[in-house]
Design a protein around this ligand. Structure first.
Ligand code: SF4
Ligand code: SF4
Ligand code: SF4
Length: 276
């Protein structure tokens, strides 16, 4: 992909986030939304510009900028549960705030434009998992345990439903602890699986409940990796390097593991013929 194209994508992403920032700021009369989405949009655009300039750590910089902001500032300091249980909590309370906005932008409607870019550039769980040694999975064979994500999804929904049905006091405090404990569990399970399967992204492939939203929606993503067959020499390098086992050179939306692409750009960066 030409560097100019990446810069145009950076500009589009920045404009999208600024539109969200201004609309929420004005509609909710809260300047936090302007600062929050401007920060995230600018971080992503910066990462894409760095990527266009062939900076090898561009994506990692965005992960750290956005991931630590959301985990440490929004989650731990501001006590906003941005995990899936936080989404259910805000949804049940009927307010369009915090996790409901986050899910709408990053995980439900946003993926129609940028697919699973959240997973490649911003997720605070993957931000840590990507430091582990198995950036390229040792095997591209999938294990048949992807059903675990549906269990995790159901458990989060049942957990919050029970809190509401039993009219438990101080749910907000429980949500804070759920965020804290949930993240510790995610990191422990993610790191254990990464070493067991020799695959940094094993947690994303089999456990993460958010993929129940992300995978079907990203099927329709506007931004996706496509292969120029006139340039491709079928060397297989892209598929060997892909952390998500995507059948990269097949342009069909139905290609193997199509909805797994996290737009990390490893395939694009490493294609010897610039065919992607
Ligand atoms: S699949 Fe889940 S854990 Fe992995 S990057 Fe996406 S949201 Fe984060
Ligand atoms: S790395 Fe490039 S040339 Fe090699 S198979 Fe992939 S798209 Fe084709
Ligand atoms: S290597 Fe390419 S196909 Fe694989 S996840 Fe990254 S961007 Fe998507």
């Amino acid at each position: 992909m030409k560097n100019s194209k990446v810069k145009i994508i950076a500009l589009i992403m920045w404009i999208i986030f600024e539109i969200v920032a201004v609309v929420l700021w004005l509609s909710k009369d809260n300047i936090f939304y302007l600062l929050n989405f401007s920060y995230i949009g600018t971080s992503i655009a910066l990462g894409l510009v760095l990527m266009a300039n062939n900076q090898p750590y561009a994506r990692r910089i965005v992960q750290l900028l956005v991931g630590t902001y959301m985990l440490v500032y929004l989650g731990l300091i501001d006590n906003e549960n941005m995990q899936i249980e936080g989404f259910w909590y805000y949804l049940f309370t009927g307010v369009f705030e915090a996790a409901t906005i986050h899910y709408a932008v990053a995980k439900i409607f946003g993926p129609l434009i940028f697919g699973r870019g959240w997973c490649g550039f911003a997720c605070w769980t993957a931000m840590i998992l990507d430091f582990l040694p198995y950036k390229t999975p040792q095997s591209h064979e999938r294990r048949k345990i992807g059903w675990i994500r549906y269990i995790a999804f159901a458990v989060s929904l049942i957990f919050v439903s029970v809190l509401f049905l039993c009219k438990v006091d101080n749910i907000e405090r429980i949500m804070f602890w759920a965020f804290l404990i949930g993240n510790i569990v995610y990191y422990l399970v993610g790191i254990t699986l990464a070493f067991t399967f020799k695959d940094n992204r094993a947690f994303c492939k089999y456990i993460c409940p958010i993929t129940v939203f992300l995978k079907p929606i990203s099927y329709y993503s506007l931004f996706r990796i496509c292969c120029d067959k006139t340039k491709c020499i079928n060397c297989g390098k892209c598929e060997r390097l892909c952390p998500m086992d995507v059948e990269v050179t097949n342009n069909s939306r139905k290609r193997k593991n199509a909805t797994e692409c996290i737009l990390c750009m490893e395939c694009v960066k490493n294609c010897p013929k610039k065919a992607l």
